[in-house]
Design a protein around this ligand. Structure first.
Ligand code: HEM
Length: 416
């Protein structure tokens, strides 16, 4: 599909397919925020509104007037029939509440804290290996193996030998989460094939865990299913697929975007090296400055207004959290990477990188822990961290998920 098919309504509204946009979407978001009219894009035979300002994005994410409209098949963004049953990221209450509450139990602060030593050990060993080799690809050799080990092995209990298979499925499905009318026929076919592959694989894994439970989230979800009618077998599989996509692609991209931002801002990299206690604040700043989940989608469940503009039931909006993070109405010097921005509570408004409201990211504590360990360890252990290529960074094809395909860096234990 080409950009010509998008048919922007407001001149200069976002062309999501422009390769310049993919490389650096932020100037386009800035133009959108400055556009006085309604910015819209055509999706198939409907038009959906682009929300680019922080106040509008935050209002929609927190309002019960907006959701996904599954029950009435309202969504212009995807075909509800092909949605997996347990994928509650696209559900409204009451189903959303029921499934989210069940999974939420498994994401207790304690469970995440218990994972901390394992994350530290794994990151240390990946970085040891890379230092001995003189460099690594941040995506291939650090963030992807970390996310696969956490979500794939630790949460879902997938054996390490199947990591490559899982990564290939995850990438094809992540690409397929973009609004359906924006995907090519091959991408839809690739997503559906990967979906069928992963569902078959997980169904088999569920059978094995049912016979022989282990200490993983999958076994706990099966126990809930067996205890009564709280979860059906297809729901267990749907939740696993959701965790795979929501939990892997995003975490991989946060580390990639973070390291890339630091390399592009040597003063900030140096600051983090001198003040490692800023690592937590740095992760929050990256979630504001160049967030892995660029946007989400919502449908008006009832007639409503946003920022003084009327919407009818069934109208769709694209909520550009990445643009909200650069809104000068809310953030001081929004285009500046400032690792101290979140160093003190209340100094800067919260970013929308993990969304807000009912669908607020369930894995946020785990994502923060993974990213701060990976980025913190790289910066601390390799003062000579620098990009190992002059080639421009190439990004994943998805427009929802933003992150480099590959990020080769040199690592030396002495300053460059
Ligand atoms: C940097 C990493 C991450 C980012 C940027 C991120 C971002 C998000 C965002 C923006 C949403 C809300 C989407 C919406 O409102 O439509 C979300 C929801 C969700 N995330 Fe994350 N996420 C990350 C990591 C994780 C991890 C590690 C997990 C689990 C292993 C996870 C599990 C989920 C789940 C289950 C939901 C659905 C919540 C619901 O619909 O109620 N995420 N995430």
């Amino acid at each position: 599909m080409t950009s010509g098919q998008l048919g922007n309504v407001v001149p200069d509204a976002l062309d999501l397919f422009d390769s310049a946009h993919r490389l650096d979407p932020y100037p386009g978001y800035g133009r959108l925020r400055d556009t006085p009219g309604r910015a819209a894009v055509r999706l198939g035979d409907t038009e959906v509104t682009l929300l680019s300002r922080y106040a509008d994005c935050a209002a929609v994410l927190q309002s019960p007037a907006w959701g996904h409209g599954n029950a009435d098949r309202l969504s212009p963004f995807w075909d509800q029939e092909t949605s997996l049953p347990g994928s509650f990221i696209r559900m409204d209450p009451p189903d959303h509440r029921r499934l989210r509450a069940l999974v939420n139990k498994a994401f207790s602060a304690r469970m995440v804290a218990d994972l901390a030593p394992m994350i530290t050990r794994l990151v240390d060993s990946l970085v040891d290996h890379a230092i001995a080799a003189g460099g690594l690809d941040v995506v291939r050799d650090l963030s992807a193996p970390l996310a696969l080990a956490m979500v794939g092995q630790r949460l879902l209990g997938v054996p390490a030998r199947d990591a490559d298979l899982l990564r290939a499925w995850e990438l094809a499905i992540a690409r397929g989460t973009d609004p359906e009318p924006l995907l090519s026929a091959e991408e839809i076919a690739g997503r559906d094939e990967a979906g069928a592959g992963v569902v078959g694989y997980l169904a088999d894994l569920v059978r094995r865990r049912r016979a022989e439970p282990r200490d993983d989230l999958l076994s706990r979800l099966i126990a809930v299913e067996e205890a009564g009618d709280a979860l059906s077998a297809p729901e267990v599989i749907g939740i696993c697929v959701l965790l795979l996509i929501a939990g892997m692609e995003t975490s991989i991209n946060l580390v990639g975007n973070g390291v890339r931002a630091l390399l592009a801002h040597p003063d900030q990299l140096e600051l983090l090296r001198r003040r490692p206690e800023l690592t937590g604040s740095a992760v929050e700043e990256i979630l504001r400055y160049d967030t892995p989940t660029q946007f989400t989608m919502r449908v008006a469940l009832t007639d409503t207004t946003v920022g003084g503009r009327a919407f009818r039931r069934g109208d769709g909006v694209i909520v550009l959290m990445a643009s909200a993070g650069r809104d000068a109405a809310v953030f001081a010097e929004p285009d500046r990477l400032d690792l101290t921005r979140y160093a003190e509570p209340g100094r800067s408004p919260r970013h929308l990188g993990f969304s807000l409201g009912a669908h607020y990211c369930l894995g946020a504590p785990l994502a923060r822990l993974e990213a701060s360990t990976a980025i913190g360890t790289l910066v601390r252990r390799a003062p000579g961290l620098r990009l190992a290529t002059d080639e421009p960074v190439s990004y994943q094809p998805s427009i929802i998920h933003r992150g480099p395909r590959s990020l080769p860096v040199e690592l030396t234990t002495t300053a460059a």
